[in-house]
Design a protein around this ligand. Structure first.
Ligand code: NI
Length: 227
């Protein structure tokens, strides 16, 4: 599933993030790429242990907790520690690549299977040229350049790229989610059902049918979830 989640960060949080990132100790993004990805990667990333990354990670994780659609779509089991990147100047693109299937939590080495990829845009789209996230899809690739504070959620098994930033700079937060439900098709069914149930409740209130369908939702989750 490809899902846009709007307004994950508030304007105040965005301002704080950009303030911290303006003076952060950026390093070469190739250090964290797999061998295929390193050949096409040319951006800057924040070291995990720097002050800015330490301050911003909890802000992003708390913001995600406020997003019911994010939870419903991901059914997260583990969220890999959010990271931060910058595209601009001489380090301005990331060619077509796939993300590694297994990554490790920096603090404790715990393995995380990357089922879903997330990009949280931190720069306003009009402040830079290029820098589109392009995700291979059928029949055509899909291109994304979302407003600051909005998040894109997409399947981690897709070939994708960030096109060259030719003016300004593109700041983003990115991370991966391991879902309790491994199958993307099953996750999509659960998300569709949950979304429709929310709509039914909003229009008609709780009734015997919504209670029964909620039970079916949880029974499917019980059948498919690995906690
Ligand atoms: Ni990637």
């Amino acid at each position: 599933m490809l899902l846009k989640v709007p307004d994950v960060l508030t304007p105040d949080e965005l301002q704080q993030a950009r303030h911290l990132l303006a003076t952060a100790p950026w390093t070469d993004g190739r250090a964290s790429a797999g061998s295929q990805a390193a050949l096409v990667k040319n951006n800057a990333q924040l070291p995990h242990a720097c002050d800015a990354a330490r301050a911003l990670r909890p802000m992003v994780l708390a913001a995600l907790d406020r997003q019911l659609a994010f939870f419903s779509a991901c059914l997260p089991k583990r969220v890999l520690a959010p990271q931060f990147n910058r595209y601009g100047g001489g380090s301005n693109h990331y060619g077509n690549h796939v993300d590694s299937a297994i990554r490790y939590q920096p603090d404790n080495g715990q393995k995380v299977r990357t089922d879903l990829s997330c990009t949280l845009f931190l720069s306003e789209p009009q402040s830079y040229d290029g820098g589109e996230l392009v995700i291979q899809d059928t029949p055509e690739p899909q291109r994304f350049k979302l407003p600051a504070g909005h998040l894109l959620l997409y399947p981690a098994d897709r070939v994708h790229q960030v096109t060259p930033v030719t003016r300004g700079e593109r700041l983003a937060c990115f991370f991966w989610v391991e879902s309790m439900v491994r199958s993307g098709a099953q996750r999509q069914l659960l998300f569709d059902m949950d979304t429709a149930l929310l709509q039914l409740r909003a229009e008609h209130g709780e009734n015997a049918a919504t209670v029964a369908l909620t039970g079916t939702y949880h029974n499917l989750l019980r059948m498919w979830a690995d906690t």
